[in-house]
Design a protein around this ligand. Structure first.
Ligand code: GLN
Length: 193
């Protein structure tokens, strides 16, 4: 039986992640309360606004629930989702969950108007390492800690990284028709867990 991937649905573009999973015929579920995690085998934290995520997660009890869930189950965070999963945010009073050892800077490319779409390189996608990535008020990864591996590159920057159970991207793989990152997450993290 296929495993079910939850998508944090408090705010942001969670619906696009659900659509990407549907395209890959992966069962999904919108997660709004801690109980929703009970029949999920993994969780995606989408793009949105990381400060709003943290407030809503604290109010609903999801902060603790996701930390506990992340001790055993795989997580993927995109853009604001990456910020929430990181260990340190240098330019904000955000206390992220610390599930992947990354130091990040929020809004590091500038304002909404400085959003862009560019080809990045993912060398482990050996058939076609180029991936069109949409960056919307994206964070930058400033440092990778122990146990964190760089997977995706744009210019001199790391834009996708992983550890044992967490996959994190500073861009939005759910906004393009190329579903290889969701597929990679499912095969390498969810199925193997
Ligand atoms: N700028 C947002 C933040 O700091 C992230 C933007 C996004 O997820 N597209 O939380």
């Amino acid at each position: 039986m296929k495993k079910r991937v939850g998508v944090l649905a408090l705010q942001g573009d969670f619906h696009r992640h659900i659509q990407s999973l549907e395209k890959l015929q992966i069962p999904s579920k919108a997660v709004r309360w801690p109980d929703d995690l009970s029949d999920c085998d993994a969780l995606i934290l989408p793009g949105g606004e990381s400060t709003t995520f943290m407030n809503l997660m604290n109010q609903t009890g999801l902060t603790e629930a996701i930390c506990e869930f992340g001790q055993k189950k795989p997580l993927m965070g995109t853009c604001a989702g990456l910020i929430v999963l990181a260990t340190e945010v240098v330019n904000n009073h955000i206390d992220p969950l610390g599930l992947i050892d990354l130091r990040v800077e929020r809004n590091a490319y500038g304002r909404q108007i400085n959003s862009f779409s560019e080809k990045i390189q993912i060398p482990s996608f050996t058939d076609q390492p180029k991936f069109e990535a949409v960056f919307i008020r994206a964070p930058k990864i400033i440092a990778l800690g122990k146990g964190t591996e760089a997977l995706g590159f744009y210019l001199d920057q790391v834009v996708m990284a992983r550890n044992e159970r967490v996959l994190a991207a500073t861009f939005h793989p759910e906004l393009t028709r190329d579903h290889r990152i969701h597929d990679f997450f499912y095969r390498e993290f969810v199925e193997r867990n």
